[in-house]
Design a protein around this ligand. Structure first.
Ligand code: SF4
Length: 452
């Protein structure tokens, strides 16, 4: 392609894995395409889908309807669909969405340029959804913000995949089908990517994996997740390490010890609980009981009392009684989660839970969801309040969303802190000792002191 680059817009739904894939797609396409922030400005639109919940799937088809209209006004514009819905439905998407030029799966990102070329050469709509057993070689995707999500992504934080796929079989989850079995990445490759990220200015590394703490069990010789954390923290220039998400079943004493004592590992764990009821956990096939979950939290908080704990809940799982639900609320009281993502259960076709009877009415599901979220808001307000008056280190990672001249950052416990105005020394990548002056609904405000 010669002359000015064409525009590419990527709409991303779902989890951090998808966001990471989007960053990689921009990289893969950067030779020929420049990112734009609306589909109207784009010559190529990619829709990176999520099938974990119902809404993103519905959104795909409504978006494809809009793309059909847009294409009618923009000859030559192309539309591709990727992500988990693409992996799962493949050719079906072409039948339902006539505007689609190509569909590619979660293991086929590197094929996009050739799919585009095939279409430009007049080939019929393409589908590429084959699994790969090896680790797909892709450009590093960590350094570039997604223009479609202003404020998200920056060079300060590097997201690095350490494994893909999942070997668990939670009965509500489609991920093992859409992303395949778990494959861990070579530890030396991960270290290499971390070093490059640091060289390019990253100070915080976020390790991504579906069950991040089962990393390395499939490698020969085996490598533990704790070993990986140790190796990454030994790299000069890495200031902070985060990871998402650990699975309670795989948490052992050495993990608790490492995240409590390694000064580079952030004081924040996002560990999905899903339900506070052992009966429901069993139906979900989560492979742990609430007592195990609580024991982990106790172990962490005994060593680091201000460790932030966040989680995920599913409300209204088939068969969830009022008593089961009360046990989820009870877990919120006991653990005092700093934050939780909660969703009403929606059956995913192809999962065991989709065949389960004893469905809860929509009304009851959303009633429970509302109660749980209201409780979380109250707990979060209390938890935020604990920081006011304290002085904490803030890693400055992005412009302030409300005032571009100023910045915001995160404390180790992952709370966002914004600065009221530009301050000398408060710049991207700086770690700024900051006194917390006020709390907002979900974030904190602070005044910097000495900058180092
Ligand atoms: S651990 Fe369970 S919920 Fe998480 S990706 Fe694997 S199957 Fe899905």
């Amino acid at each position: 392609m010669t002359g000015e680059k064409q525009g590419v817009y990527i709409r991303t739904y779902g989890c951090q894995m998808n966001e990471h894939d989007t960053r990689k797609l921009y990289k893969i396409l950067e030779k020929d395409y420049r990112p734009v922030d609306t589909p109207e400005k784009a010559d190529l639109v990619l829709i990176n889908t999520c099938s974990v919940r119902e809404k993103p799937e519905q959104k795909l088809y409504s978006l494809l309807g809009q793309m059909k209209e847009l294409k009618a006004t923009k000859p030559g514009m192309m539309v591709g669909v990727c992500g988990c819905v693409a992996q799962q439905e493949g050719r079906e998407i072409l039948k339902k969405g006539r505007s689609v030029d190509f569909v590619f799966g979660t293991h086929n990102l590197s094929l996009v340029p050739s799919l585009i070329q095939l279409r430009k050469n007049g080939a019929p709509p393409q589908v590429a959804v084959n699994y790969r057993e090896d680790w797909e070689e892709l450009p590093l995707g960590f350094a570039d913000p997604d223009p479609a999500q202003p404020g998200k992504g920056n060079h300060v934080t590097a997201f690095i995949s350490i494994s893909r796929g999942c070997n668990k079989s939670c009965t509500y989850c489609i991920v093992p089908t859409t992303r395949g079995p778990e494959v861990s990445r070579d530890i030396a490759e991960i270290e290499r990517e971390v070093r490059i990220a640091v060289h390019r200015g990253s100070r915080e590394i976020v390790l991504l994996g579906q069950t991040v703490n089962s990393y390395g069990l499939d490698l020969s010789p085996r490598v533990s997740f704790v070993r990986l954390l140790d190796r990454i923290s030994a790299i000069d220039g890495v200031e902070r390490i985060r990871f998402t998400s650990p699975h309670p079943q795989e948490v052992r004493e050495d993990f608790i010890e490492c995240v409590s004592t390694n000064p580079k590992v952030c004081r924040h764990i996002h560990m999905p609980l899903q339900s506070g009821s052992d009966r429901i956990l069993k139906l979900m096939n989560r492979n742990y009981r609430r007592s195990k979950y609580l024991k982990i939290i106790e172990g962490l908080k005994a060593r680091v009392p201000d460790m932030a704990i966040t989680t995920d809940f599913i409300v209204g799982f088939p068969g969830e009684t009022e008593e089961d639900f009360q046990q989820s609320l009870e877990m919120m009281d006991i653990v005092q989660f700093d934050m939780s993502y909660s969703f009403a259960f929606s059956p995913r076709p192809g999962t065991p839970a989709a065949l389960m009877k004893e469905l809860i009415t929509q009304e009851e599901k959303f009633h429970r969801l509302h109660l749980l979220q209201a409780k979380q808001e109250k707990i979060m307000a209390d938890r935020l309040g604990l920081w006011v008056g304290k002085t904490v280190d803030v890693l400055v990672d992005s412009p302030n969303r409300l005032d571009e001249a100023s910045f915001q950052g995160r404390i180790s416990q992952n709370y966002i802190v914004s600065f009221s105005a530009p301050h000398e020394g408060v710049s991207l990548g700086a770690i700024v000792p900051t006194t917390i002056t006020a709390q907002k609904r979900y974030t904190l405000c602070g005044e910097p002191s000495l900058v180092r």
